[in-house]
Design a protein around this ligand. Structure first.
Ligand SMILES: *[C@@H]1O[C@H](CO)[C@@H](O)[C@H](O)[C@H]1NC(C)=O
Length: 433
């Protein structure tokens, strides 16, 4: 676990805190293969359904983006993108940064090891309904529990953020505490919930984003029906406790957003978060941050989040009776990656590669002047290049077109979105939100 975590550290990260992210990614890695096998079966069906979807969408929501720059408009629809377009356009944003283009909830993650996100959260505050700095871990300490991370919280930034707009502030808490103790002992559960609620009150948060499923899964907790049930009960109890506290705005309660991962294969496994869990928890959870990214890995290079895979996950999670599906979809925050991947295609040791952020992507474009290609199958842009050591590499990084396709998809379902993470993208991505 430790080794992988370190290697998966995002470039430019200082970092200690993206463990949960890495552990989730780790879970996904072994699953890419099965996920990939399943894709071809779904291709035909999805081509048909997405064509219809796009037609319906165009009909229902004619394009209304009114940015003055024609280049921007072109790039959105453009699969034939040149590196020059990206270099000249990426920093230009429309003058009115408070106009929203996406009507459902938009959550943006911010990481302390990539401080650009803090600035962007203020600048584009109105684009977001929720902002989640990844600050906290709830840990076991001897026989008790501690909530670590207050040192990450910058009170100056918090008050600037609140002045900048209405986006709710919900720091992420990763539940690292030993799950058996926590779930089976009433005293521990109460303590955990009390720590979280107290922190929200003292710091003026609007609630939290909780990540625990990936950890519980790694501990094997979710394979055991009685423990799995206790796990769900814990989330319920936490949600109820948060909802019983009023927030900083009138008629508002503290919120709970819960992080969920994609299913591990075509067929739902016991440890996967499924449609039943969604229904059970939807009463006490205000949103589900769905991690629809990291489909590929250094050992299995490819697109980050194939559109058909996203469609498959949504249809699986929302395979409930129609009227329920609609209201449940409103609570899902479809994950959209603002980072890319730079993978090695050679088998040389130590050259696997990993995540690439906006600024590194731009320098790579400047240096390599690559031909950007559009992968019709996944709906992502990519390019090849040869690095200084002579290794062939492939880079998948989001583009206006790839992001807008995913926004269209989310809109069709009636889902919100969650962005990992805002400091990793390019400025003009925010115009889409
Ligand atoms: C910016 O957009 C918002 C929301 O549409 C609108 O209320 C506001 O008047 C706009 N500001 C300017 C300067 O156009």
């Amino acid at each position: 676990m430790g080794k992988k975590r370190e290697r998966r550290s995002a470039p430019g990260s200082g970092n200690r805190d993206n463990r949960a992210e890495s552990s989730t990614r780790r879970d996904n890695q072994g699953e890419s293969a099965s996920g990939r096998k399943l894709v071809p079966f779904l291709v035909l069906f999805f081509i048909a359904s997405s064509t219809i979807s796009v037609i319906v969408y165009r009909f229902k929501y004619p394009p209304k983006h009114s940015r003055d720059s024609d280049a921007y408009q072109q790039d959105i629809g453009n699969s034939d993108l040149s590196y020059r377009d990206v270099l000249t356009e990426n920093s230009k944003v429309s003058e009115n940064t408070s106009r929203r283009h996406y009507d459902y909830p938009v959550l943006g993650y911010i990481t302390p090891w990539n401080s650009k996100g803090y600035e962007l959260a203020k600048r584009f505050n109105s684009k977001f309904t929720h902002l989640s700095p990844v600050w906290y871990e709830l840990k076991s300490q001897q026989t008790s529990l501690v909530l670590e991370g207050r040192h990450n919280a910058d009170t100056g930034w918090i008050s600037e953020l609140k002045n900048a707009g209405d986006a709710l502030l919900l720091p992420r808490v990763v539940l690292e505490a030993s799950p058996v103790e926590l779930l089976t002992k009433k005293k521990q559960r109460n303590k955990a919930i009390n720590l979280i609620v107290t922190e929200c009150k003292e710091m003026g948060y609007d609630g939290i984003v909780l990540e625990s499923w990936s950890i519980w899964r790694a501990y094997g907790i979710l394979h055991e029906p009685s423990m799995r049930n206790l796990a769900l009960q814990f989330i319920k109890q936490l949600g109820e406790a948060l909802h019983s506290v009023s927030g900083r705005k009138i008629e508002q309660q503290l919120q709970l957003i819960y992080v969920i991962g994609p299913p591990s294969s075509k067929k739902l496994q016991e440890h996967d978060f499924g449609p039943k869990d969604l229904e059970i928890l939807s009463e006490v959870v205000d949103g589900f941050s769905l991690m629809t990214y990291d489909f590929s890995s250094p050992h299995n290079p490819g697109p980050n989040a194939p559109l058909k895979w996203i469609q498959f996950i949504l249809s699986l999670l929302l395979s409930t009776p129609d009227h329920r599906a609609k209201s449940l979809a409103n609570k899902i925050l479809l994950g959209i990656n603002f980072y890319g991947n730079d993978f090695s295609l050679s088998r040389a040791a130590g050259s696997e590669g990993g995540p690439i952020l906006g600024r590194d992507y731009l320098s790579l474009l400047e240096k390599q002047r690559p031909v950007l290609q559009w992968d019709e199958n996944s709906g992502e842009h990519f390019f090849f290049y040869v690095d200084d050591d002579g290794h062939k590499r492939v880079v998948f990084y989001p583009s206006l077109k790839s992001i807008s396709l995913r926004l269209e998809e989310a809109r069709l379902w009636g889902c919100g979105i969650s962005i990992w993470e805002i400091g990793q993208g390019l400025d003009y991505f925010f115009d889409l939100l």
